[in-house]
Each structure stands twice: as structure tokens, then as C-alpha cells.
Design a binder for this molecule. Structure first.
Ligand code: ATP
Ligand code: MG
Length: 599
């Protein structure tokens, strides 16, 4: 399959971490909005906690400067009780914040995930198919959780340390203005170092995320391909491929780890130099020179420790979020892809009953980034007619069918149903009139009955059985111990032909005016083939049918036969006898078929 090119954006190159954070907040803020009261509560509680934490150091000043010199036992006890109260209060506030945080994290994550899935479901099939399933899976399962975590955590983890920092600087400034200046002397080299490290980490992180995605893609592929790998005895090869991607991910992760390690070590040393060397030397000097009381000396040491703590929290925030920022970018990358046909713009609704006239006007189509697959097709299928599309493999037959059920939007021209451009019609109203059975029927987890009635509401047994009878699967189903209630697995536990007939029953169960059939008889044995041929003729009666088939025997009695050539042009159009009378691909195909049948 050709891989169409969808440009992925490397926005992280253009924006810094803070810019990316702002973009992510901007884009995902609406998911947080319904919980604004809880967010506010978390911020306020965090703030209160930060302020309360300043009380114990202040109390320690009084212990050393008043309780000891005055030998005031009662004051000492009061101060201890007050400290206990403050610490306990802080502890409980922490528990409450943790609870609200968890709650927010879960609900915001769920909202982002469902918003993302809704978007994903509207994207062009060609885009969805152009990326490995593992990539979509990561973006839909892992990333929403991470973004929710990022948004919810950023508030307490980034806002509160800054507040604590400011409060600490203010208090130090009151005790000793010179100390506050010293503190700034710490923050500035700290911020510079941090900035450098984040720059180095950014590229590493991007490559780590890319490797992780590659690895996940391989993983999903391996799980999908169990059957094929077993058939070809290629288990070891698959494991080796997986090992290669794992090793790449591991290397990327290891490189990032080293930078983080040096970042942590450098910043720790800076903090150490500041709080264990510079600060005590200065303050001891001030106490000796009687510019500071011993109580203030102890309090200053305490506050400085509390000062280093929020700074470290900020570093930690950057380390923990660097992955999440890239994951956020990655989700935005998919969110920026425009839905193919934006349903909401099209309010046209088809009437409850239609005639079923299909017209293709100058229809051309190319998959994104690929060469044209169909060129300038003009066709009319009158209500109740049966049109067959034939042509070599890869000619664009399935694509043509996909245009009629709006899997793709024509790059040129229009597809009309009863004169309505189907791209301007609500999808739900269009699909009520169109039944589709694809080349590869996908069965879903559920019972056979549910699979036939898939997507409908309030299934009636008679309708399901009627459709199953027409599709020639009823007798098989009733012989199963659980009949229509037999559960099917994701991968089905039926033969290809049985799956195909369930797919056919699904297409006709809602009695559509238009029926689109893609190679429905391909995987059937000759006996069933003939039987379904009969069924097909009876289900086709009174419906407009567009069918693709390789078997010319199936379609020779169609009202119209459209022959596509290798370059996706309509080479011939007419009835079987007309096409046989003319020289062209059709007659050639027919005689090839005959020769094969005789051989
Ligand atoms: N999702 C896709 N993205 C890009 N190219 C595609 C995609 N699906 C099909 N193609 C290309 O479009 C062309 C037509 O494919 P299509 O499936 O319509 O052929 P077909 O006539 O139905 O073939 P077959 O008889 O084998 O089913 C092929 O060249 C194929 O490689
Ligand atoms: Mg096909």
C-alpha cells in the first residue's frame, strides 16, 4: 500500500518548554474548565500550606531568643503545641489535595481521551491507515493520561513552589535583607544551569519519544501478525526486530538519563555550596558580630532549606514533564489533521425514502500524496439497477466503492445520490440508505446476532434471521449450540466464507435502497458461490446495487458493467452482450476466464 504523506509538525523546535506548555494548556484547557472549582481549591490549599509552613521557623526564633534566656517552660510548651498543630494541619491539607488531584487527573484524562477518539473517528481513512496502529494506540491511551497529569500537576507543582519561594524570600528579607540578596545569588546561576540542561535534554527527549513510538508500533504489529509469523515460522525474526527497536529506545533513554543525572548532580552541588558553605559562614559571622540573634541564625538556616526545596521541585517538574510535553505535541499533531468531511457543516438530510439513483460526475481520486487512482469517471445507475465493476487488481474498484459510501472524498467531481451530493449529506442519513459489505469483513466482539445488527437499535429477531437467510448463513447459525447468541472473538472463530456471509447479512439487515458489495463471493466454494449468487440476485431485487467482483460469471447478467483499466480509467461500459460484441478488455477477460475454466 502506498503511504500517503501527512506532514508532522516539529513545533517543539520552534517553541521552548514554556511555549509548548502554554500551547498545550491553551489547546486542552477546555477539558479542565468543567472542574475549575476543584482546580482553584487545589491552588488555594497549596497556597495555604505553603504559608503555614513558614510558621515553625518563626517559632524557632522565639524558642532560642526568648524561651532559653528566660527559662520560660510554659511558652516553650505553647510553641511546641503550635508547631504540632501546624504540621498536622499541613499533613491533612496534603491528603485532601492528593485526593482532589487524583480525582481531577482521572476525569480530565477521560475527557481528553474521548475528545481525542471522537476526533480520530472523523479523520480521513487514508490518514488513519497511513500510520501504524501502535502509534494511534499510544496517542489514544497513553498520551491523554499524560496530558491530564501534566495539566493537573503543573498547577500545584509549579505554581505552589513559586509561591513558597516568594514567601520565603519575603520572610528572609524581613529577618535580614542581605540574606535575601544571597538567595537571589543562588537562584540566578541555578536558573542559568537549568536552562542549559533543558536545552540539551529537549532533543534527547524527542528522539526518545520517537523510539518509543517505533517500538510500540512494532509491538502491535507483532501481536496482529501472530498467525502470519507462525505460518512463515518467523517468530524469532519478529522478536529480533522487536529487540532492535527496544535497544534503540533503551539507548535513547539512557542518553537522556545521563543528562538528567548530570543536571541533578550539578544542581545538588550548587544547593550544597549555597546552604552548607556560603550561608553558614556568613550567618555565623553576623551572629558573632551581633548583627543577628542566634534565634535568627537558626530560623535563617531553616528557611533556606525550605527555599532550596521549592527550587528542587521546579527542577523536578521540568524533568518529569519533558516527556509529557513531547507527548502533548504528538497528540496535537494528530488533532491538527482536519477531518475529511466535516459532518457538522452539512445539514442536508436525505428523505426517509429515496429512489436510489447514483451518479458519478467526472470523479477522480488520488490517495493523499499518491498518484491518481481513479480518473474522470462518469456513470449513472438508475434505481433498481445492478452495476458491476470489474478490472485488474489494483485498478481502483474498491476505491470507487469507497467513494460512494464516503470513505473518501473525490479529489475532483461529485458523487450524487438522488441528485444530492453525498458529501453534503449527513453521514447518518446517508448510511441509513446504503448497505455496505466490504472485501474484508470485520467481525466485532459480540454475538452473531449483534454482529449482524451492528450499529442498529432495538434488533428484531425476524429481521436478523431474514437477513441471515438471504445471505445463506441462517442454517449454519441455528445449528450452533448457542445459535444467534454464539459469541465471536475479535479475530472471529468462523471460516472466511462464514464471516463474509455475516458481513453480507449485516449489509442488508436494515433494508437499504442502495447496496455496495465488494467481492462478497470471493472466499466461497463453488456450491455456496452458486447459492449466494441466487441470494444476491434476490437481495438485489428492488435495490440499486454496485458490486465489485473478480468472477465474471457472477456479474454477466448485471444491468451495466463498468470496466476499469490499470490506470483507473473507465475503459468500457455496457451490458455483457454489448461488451462481448466490442473488442476490448472485457472480451479479453472473459476469454481468459473461459480458458482457465477449461484448463
Ligand atoms: N489506503 C490507501 N492509501 C494509499 N493507496 C491506496 C490505499 N488503498 C489502496 N491504494 C492504492 O490504490 C489503488 C487501487 O486500490 P483498490 O483497493 O481500489 O484496488 P482494487 O481494484 O479494489 O484491487 P483488488 O481487485 O485487488 O481488490 C492501488 O494501486 C492501491 O495500491
Ligand atoms: Mg478491492
Amino acid at each position: 500500500m502506498m503511504i500517503p504523506r501527512y506532514q508532522s509538525q516539529d513545533a517543539l523546535d520552534r517553541r521552548g518548554s514554556i511555549g509548548t506548555l502554554a500551547t498545550i494548556f491553551g489547546r486542552f484547557f477546555r477539558f479542565l474548565l468543567p472542574y475549575w472549582d476543584k482546580v482553584l481549591l487545589v491552588v488555594l490549599v497549596g497556597q495555604a500550606n505553603a504559608l503555614i509552613q513558614l510558621i515553625p521557623p518563626l517559632l524557632s526564633i522565639r524558642i532560642i531568643d526568648e524561651v532559653f534566656p528566660q527559662r520560660n517552660w510554659t511558652l516553650g510548651v505553647y510553641i511546641v503545641l503550635a508547631s504540632v498543630g501546624v504540621e498536622l494541619f499541613g499533613l491533612y491539607l496534603g491528603i485532601v489535595t492528593g485526593y482532589i488531584w487524583e480525582w481531577l487527573h482521572m476525569f480530565v484524562g477521560y475527557r481528553i481521551q474521548f475528545g481525542f477518539l471522537r476526533h480520530l473517528q472523523k479523520l480521513p481513512l487514508s490518514f488513519l491507515q497511513s500510520r501504524p496502529a501502535g502509534e494511534h494506540l499510544l496517542r489514544a491511551t497513553n498520551d491523554p493520561e499524560e496530558i491530564s497529569d501534566l495539566m493537573v500537576r503543573t498547577i500545584p507543582d509549579l505554581v505552589v513552589p513559586f509561591q513558597t519561594l516568594a514567601a520565603n524570600v519575603a520572610i528572609i528579607a524581613v529577618i535580614k535583607p542581605q540574606l535575601a540578596l544571597l538567595a537571589l545569588g543562588y537562584v540566578i546561576p541555578f536558573a542559568t544551569m537549568q536552562h542549559l540542561f533543558i536545552g540539551w535534554l529537549r532533543n534527547r527527549t524527542k528522539s526518545l519519544v520517537a523510539r518509543e513510538q517505533e517500538h510500540q508500533g512494532r509491538f502491535v504489529e507483532l501481536i496482529h501478525a501472530f498467525k502470519t509469523t507462525r505460518a512463515l515460522n518467523r517468530e524469532a525474526t519478529e522478536r529480533r526486530k522487536l529487540f532492535t527497536t527496544w535497544a534503540r529506545e533503551w539507548r535513547a533513554s539512557w542518553r537522556a538519563w545521563w543528562i538528567e543525572f548530570f543536571q541533578g548532580a550539578a544542581l545538588e552541588h550548587l544547593a550544597f555550596l549555597f546552604s552548607v558553605v556560603a550561608l553558614p559562614l556568613l550567618t555565623i559571622r553576623w551572629v558573632i558580630a551581633q548583627q543577628m540573634t542566634p534565634g535568627e541564625y537558626v530560623a535563617a538556616g531553616w528557611i533556606i532549606w525550605r527555599f532550596v526545596e521549592p527550587v528542587e521541585m521546579i527542577v523536578q517538574w521540568f524533568q518529569e514533564t519533558r516527556l509529557q510535553l513531547v507527548q502533548g505535541e504528538r497528540m496535537l499533531d494528530t488533532l491538527d489533521v482536519k477531518p475529511d468531511v466535516e459532518d457538522d457543516d452539512h445539514t442536508e438530510t436525505l428523505p426517509p425514502t429515496i429512489d436510489g439513483r447514483i451518479r458519478l460526475e467526472n470523479v477522480s481520486y488520488a490517495y493523499p500524496g499518491g498518484p491518481p487512482v481513479l480518473r474522470n469517471i462518469n456513470l449513472t445507475i438508475e434505481p433498481g439497477q445492478r452495476l458491476a465493476v470489474v478490472g485488474p487488481s489494483g485498478a481502483g474498484k474498491s476505491t470507487l466503492l469507497g467513494l460512494v459510501c464516503r470513505f473518501h472524498r473525490p479529489t475532483e467531481g461529485r458523487v450524487l445520490l438522488d441528485g444530492h451530493d453525498i458529501n453534503h449529506v449527513r453521514r447518518s442519513s446517508l448510511m441509513r440508505h446504503v448497505g455496505v459489505c466490504l472485501q474484508d469483513t470485520l467481525l466485532l466482539m459480540g454475538t452473531i446476532g449483534e454482529n449482524i445488527w451492528y450499529g442498529g437499535i432495538d434488533p428484531s429477531r425476524e429481521e436478523i434471521e431474514g437477513a441471515a437467510r438471504l445471505a445463506g448463513i441462517h442454517d449454519f447459525v441455528v445449528d450452533l449450540p448457542d445459535g444467534y447468541d454464539t459469541m465471536l472473538g475479535e479475530d472471529g472463530n468462523l471460516s472466511g466464507g462464514q464471516e463474509q456471509r455475516i458481513g453480507l447479512a449485516r449489509a442488508i439487515v436494515r433494508d437499504p435502497r442502495v447496496l455496495l458489495l465488494d467481492e462478497v463471493t470471493t472466499s466461497l466454494d463453488p456450491l455456496l458461490h452458486r447459492e449466494i449468487g441466487h441470494s444476491l440476485r434476490s437481495v438485489s431485487r428492488g435495490r440499486t446495487v454496485l458490486m465489485v467482483s473478480h468472477s465474471l460469471l457472477d456479474i454477466h447478467d448485471a444491468d451495466l458493467i463498468c470496466v476499469l483499466n490499470e490506470s483507473g480509467e473507465m475503459a468500457q461500459l455496457g451490458r455483457h452482450d454489448e461488451l462481448m460484441a466490442a473488442t476490448g478488455i472485457y472480451r479479453q477477460m472473459w476469454s481468459d476466464d473461459q480458458r482457465e475454466a477449461q484448463a
